[in-house]
Write a protein that binds this ligand. Structure first.
Ligand code: URA
Length: 439
């Protein structure tokens, strides 16, 4: 089978058969497809699409490109959540310990930043010593004993996706329903889960920019997952603004710790979404009779400190500091330059170009331009104001954390340009956070 003929078939808009898809996936793993050929097929799929059978075949082939985990004899349900990618979305850091504290087992195999979005693994690597690539028996043991472990994609788990993901990241081929479906589900099916909560982000900071794209992606993921025997609930959620006050790797870890401990008032949107997704996980796991009972149990695990404690134990078990929860400021890296970003006029914050804000983080060094780039964990924004907030002229929109004065200045100007401040008296109403639910 000639690689260029497979690419040509898709370029001409025809469906690929299972053998062609398997050839591609094998080539991703054994290197027999060159980087140019992988990128070309990625772009052809991006432009021409795939039907459901092709998406299923791609998902299956990528799932079986490496090891498939199993969790025999677990004392509780094996659950996970995955997001299709957002800006400031640090929910995985809170959800895994929170669900573990409620009786679930969460072997979370998370991703790195993709395009303008942040990645959970990158965030965790801001914690000194935290090992996102433990040996398999250690991963297994930590999940069994603590109820959760968040790690990176190991070389042997869906390795085809690992390579394809990195290529898509730098070739503008992320925003494709079949490619996102296969990428996410190959990893989740290989992780041996019993239930998956999907957060399908929708809006100007998401890969699914429109509600129609969000619904199509949610339907594709739920159908392909259920078809493969993985119980999946999807929430379509608003990503027309940064989620919570922090963006950037170390700053988001701090945000997650603040959330778990309740040291500062919890951002209402972050709290609402955390509870909504975690409740779906508890429900799928049979740990609660309904969503109302789930929320009560989750709130209790936050209030008692059980979720924060679980996070601390997971960090320590994976090589991080034993007192991160209590003394994060001693460990998380801090940028040398921290400056307020003043609002250019008085009024109400009514819109954010969320994707642009994600790209500012990449330019500050907090995300990648090329697959091998080393990240600056210190940079980003915190104290970010939310849509609907009323600001005085000159009041901080956020605080920028940067490596140099020049980088801070440029990021501040770009943030000012990425937000819309309207007259405070003009009518404005918030859009719903959870826009849809598919089960
Ligand atoms: N998250 C993934 O794991 N893969 C994608 O393609 C997009 C978001």
């Amino acid at each position: 089978m000639l690689v260029q003929e497979i690419i040509r078939t898709k370029r001409e808009g025809h469906a690929l058969d299972e053998a062609q898809i398997q050839h591609f996936v094998r080539g991703l793993v054994d290197g027999s497809w060159s980087e140019g050929q992988v990128a070309a097929l990625g772009m052809a799929i991006f432009l021409r699409g795939m039907n459901r059978e092709e998406a299923v075949a791609l998902t299956r082939a990528m799932m079986h490109s490496g090891r498939v985990l199993a969790w025999p004899d677990m004392p509780g349900p094996v659950l996970d959540k995955h997001s299709s990618g957002g800006v400031g979305d640090k929910l995985s850091l809170m959800l895994a310990p929170l669900v573990a504290a409620c009786g679930g087992y969460v072997p979370m195999i998370a991703g790195r930043g993709l395009g303008h979005t942040g990645g959970t693994v990158d965030k965790l690597e801001a914690i000194p010593g935290y090992n996102t690539a433990p040996a398999n028996p250690d991963f297994d043991r930590i999940v069994r004993t603590l109820g959760c472990a968040i790690i990176g994609q190991t070389g042997d788990l869906a390795p085809a996706d690992k390579r394809f993901y990195a290529t898509r990241d730098v070739t503008a081929t992320v925003e494709s329903v079949p490619l996102i479906t296969a990428s996410i589900l190959s990893k989740k099916l290989a992780a041996g889960l019993q239930g998956l909560a999907m957060d399908i982000k929708c809006g100007n900071g998401a890969f699914a920019a429109t509600p129609a794209f969000g619904e199509e992606l949610a339907r594709s993921i739920v159908e392909v997952a259920q078809g493969a025997g993985l119980r999946t609930h999807a929430l379509i959620t608003d990503m027309n603004q940064v989620l919570g006050g922090e963006i950037g790797n170390a700053l988001e870890v701090q945000g997650a710790l603040d959330y778990l401990t309740g040291r500062v008032p919890r951002d209402p949107r972050t709290h609402e979404l955390t509870l909504a997704l975690a409740a779906e996980m508890l429900l799928m796991g049979g740990l609660v009779p309904d969503l109302t009972a789930a929320r009560e149990r989750l709130q209790a695990a936050l209030d008692s400190g059980a979720a924060a404690e679980r996070f601390g134990r997971m960090v320590a078990a994976l090589g991080g500091p034993t007192d991160l929860v209590e003394n994060a400021q001693q460990y998380l890296p801090v940028a040398p330059v921290v400056r307020p970003v003043p609002a250019l006029r008085a009024g109400r914050l009514t819109a954010m170009q969320t994707r642009d804000i994600g790209l500012i983080i990449v330019e500050l060094g907090g995300g990648r331009r090329l697959p091998g780039d080393v990240l600056d964990m210190r940079v980003g924004f915190n104290g970010m104001r939310q849509l609907g907030d009323v600001l005085a002229a000159g009041e901080p929109l956020a605080f920028v954390h940067a490596a140099t004065e020049a980088a801070a200045e440029s990021a501040a100007a770009r943030l000012q340009a990425a937000v819309t401040i309207s007259d405070a008296a003009a009518p404005w109403s918030p859009s719903p956070l959870v826009m849809g639910r598919l089960v």
